[in-house]
Design a protein around this ligand. Structure first.
Ligand code: ATP
Ligand code: MG
Length: 650
């Protein structure tokens, strides 16, 4: 880095009331690492257990004796922790605020008592349909309250849910249903996003005609838009017909802490999605504790995470974390640009949201439209902002901070993965100074380290591959049905460590900067260049909205730099601008980072969770469009086609 990072010191007002101060962070972090049993034993008590755990941590990353167990003799039920235990004190408190896709419809406020009743009814219905502890249930729903209800109802009867994002096509549903041999699917007639209808039931029908899906006995269909759909009897049942008449009480299943809670497939940025399996006790402890501490949650917060429940962020930070903590969470059906690009900010004003958590891809997209759509709203209720999903470019960070947060709200840039169950590297706003673009410091109990290609640990200021030296309660336990793949993917590369797959830099202050996926790091004449850094330099140019950078084989340098650039609304590509951008990168980082090729990109290929798929861009840059690999999680295949055509035209 040529530029010293700007530091945004801890906000004094925030620190004065924060759950964790700087002193507390240092003290608790030291304890969490030195005495994990004492630390996590205490934290585990935040949950309600049928049987309290006496064994806290039992982990070995050694391949001869590999195991990960937390709270292993404890017994609990996740839905009881998210619902029943709040009924005395918070029965009438709003658990969920449901904001429809259509802003003219009144929002729905669902209390803890109502949510409990709805979950119990569905849980009873599931049992009546033969669903038992350990069975797999696929949930393919829009962002509506039933998605939350369905997850918690599965947890109540001990069924393992697999939520499949409502934007996926039939083949992706079929792959995921077949992989975990689901017995039942919960879907709806249609979904609604940005005013467009999506035929969810029709997609399920198509998926169930595909091979490997005949384990599905029942499809429960929520009436959402009211559209007419084909019902194939006896397989298909209307949700209301089965659920409405059920009792509002349901005996929860006693689950061991290490019994599975859910399977969730990763987003597929690097290859074929993996069925990540999380268990009950450790996951719930970790989701709830990180939610409370990272977002500094108070009883009266209105908390909004814009993720979809189809992603792990939705699991941990819309459903399990917030509800275990008795918080009020917004569930949003829509998209950021419908009916206009002020939608996020309008929803914040409408519900007086205090804590807001979104993704860099959304921030960059909204930035393209300038400040006015933000500034016409108030946003006075906000006090803390968060991001997750990709490295956030410092330019986007500053816009989020200055324009969205009026330079008033700290930003927590949270690094984690589907595999990690919860946030691992993040600022705590009362304890850690912020640096735009850095996820900063490890959360309690998390021991990040950097290694070189040989697995040698790097000290001090360094750049290398990000590993974790020890376990935390929210860690995944296996790849569903493929334990060897779990070991091979995460524990064989660097023996005795969990390998994250991400590249990372640690600065002189011990701050962590994710530089991109290790597969994406570019080696130019022996210099390792992180894609995130070059992309951030491009995005810092006022005419650039978004950029993606990949390496390609280069005769002299080994690898060259190939940049794809999307301009902000109203700007047009030109040779002069191309030269200007190349010069801009040289200025910002240095000649070593000079892009060899720059291609204008009307759009970038992204996963359905909004992450840039650099592995596809790499193949386009290499001129090997016939080797794009698994493209099933691509949000918009036409983007790839257009980039391939432009590339071939050169
Ligand atoms: P797959 O594992 O299938 O390739 P994926 O890695 O995109 O997909 P996720 O688990 O959704 O699936 O994403 C985790 C990854 O997202 C991290 O490994 C990291 O690369 C990136 N990421 C998440 N949050 C941040 C962040 N705050 N800063 C930088 N990178 C982040
Ligand atoms: Mg990953």
């Amino acid at each position: 880095m040529t530029h010293p990072a700007t530091v945004y010191p801890i906000d004094a007002d925030f620190a004065a009331q924060a759950r964790v101060t700087r002193e507390a962070y240092e003290r608790l972090y030291a304890e969490s690492v030195a005495q994990p049993d004492a630390f996590w034993g205490r934290i585990g008590q935040r949950l309600d257990w049928f049987k309290k755990p006496t064994k806290i941590k039992d982990v070995s990353y050694q391949l001869e004796d590999f195991h990960i167990r937390w709270y292993e003799d404890g017994e609990l039920n996740a839905s009881v922790n998210c619902l029943d235990r709040h009924l005395d004190q918070r029965g009438d408190k709003t658990a969920l605020i449901f904001e429809h896709d259509d802003p003219s419809k009144p929002a729905e406020h669902i209390t803890y008592r109502e949510l409990h009743a709805r979950v119990c009814k569905l849980a009873n219905a599931l049992r009546s349909l033969g669903v038992r502890k350990g069975d797999r249930v696929t949930i393919y729903l829009p962002m509506i309250p039933e998605a939350v209800v369905a997850m918690l109802a599965c947890a109540r009867v001990g069924a393992i849910h697999s939520v499949v994002f409502g934007g996926f096509a039939p083949q992706s549903i079929a792959d995921r249903v077949a992989d975990c041999t689901s017995k039942l699917i919960i879907t709806s007639d249609e979904g609604l996003r940005g005013g467009k209808r999506i035929g969810l039931k029709a997609n399920v029908d198509a998926a169930l005609r595909m091979p490997g899906t005949n384990t599905v006995e029942t499809v429960l269909v929520v009436r959402h838009t009211g559209a007419a759909v084909d019902m194939q009897m006896p397989r298909d049942r209307w949700y209301d017909a089965v659920v409405d008449s059920q009792p509002t009480q349901c005996e929860p299943e006693r689950m061991n802490a290490e019994d599975p809670l859910f399977i969730l497939y990763t987003s597929g940025s690097t290859g074929k999605p993996k069925g990540v399996l999380h268990t009950t006790g450790g996951y719930l402890t970790y989701a709830s504790y990180t939610h409370e501490v990272v977002f500094d949650i108070r009883e009266d917060d209105i908390y909004w995470c814009t993720a979809d429940v189809g992603w792990v962020t939705g699991h941990s930070y819309i459903v399990y974390g917030p509800l275990a903590n008795g918080s009020t969470a917004v569930v949003f059906e829509g998209v950021p640009n419908y009916p206009n690009v002020s939608r996020f900010w309008d929803v914040i004003d409408r519900h007086q949201v205090t804590v807001f958590y979104t993704a860099p891809t959304a921030i960059r997209a909204l930035m393209r439209d300038g400040d006015e759509p933000v500034q016409r709203t108030s946003r006075k209720s906000l006090r803390l902002l968060g991001t997750v999903g990709e490295p956030i470019n410092p330019e986007a960070w500053r816009w989020y901070y200055e324009v969205v947060g009026d330079s008033r709200c700290p930003i927590v840039d949270t690094w984690w993965q589907t595999e990690t169950g919860g946030i691992l590297i993040t600022p705590l706003a009362g304890a850690i100074d912020l640096k735009p673009g850095s996820a900063t410091k490890p959360f309690f109990g998390v021991q990040p380290a950097l290694v070189d290609a040989n697995g040698t640990l790097l000290d001090g200021e360094a750049e290398g591959n990000l590993v974790l030296l020890d376990s935390w309660p929210g860690q995944m336990r296996t790849v569903y049905g493929d334990h060897p793949r779990f070991i091979d993917t995460y524990f064989r590369t660097y023996p005795g460590m969990y390998f994250t797959g991400d590249g990372c830099r640690r600065d002189a202050d011990g701050y962590y900067w994710i530089t991109g996926r290790v597969d994406d790091v570019i080696n130019v004449s022996g210099h390792r260049i992180g894609t995130a850094e070059v992309e951030s330099a491009l995005v810092s140019h006022p005419k650039v909205a978004e950029a993606a950078v990949v390496g390609f084989p280069h005769d002299i340098k080994g690898q060259g730099i190939y940049a794809y650039v999307t301009l902000i609304a109203g700007e047009a590509p030109s040779d002069a601008l191309l030269k200007e951008l190349v010069a801009h990168v040289r200025n910002e980082i240095g000649p070593i980072a000079t892009p060899d090729h720059l291609q204008w990109a009307p759009g970038l290929p992204k996963t359905r969770s909004g992450k840039i798929m650099r592995r596809i861009l790499r193949k386009i840059a290499e001129n090997a469009p016939d080797q794009l690999g698994d493209t099933s999680t691509l949000a918009d295949p036409s983007v790839v086609e257009s980039l391939v055509n432009d590339r071939l035209g050169k």
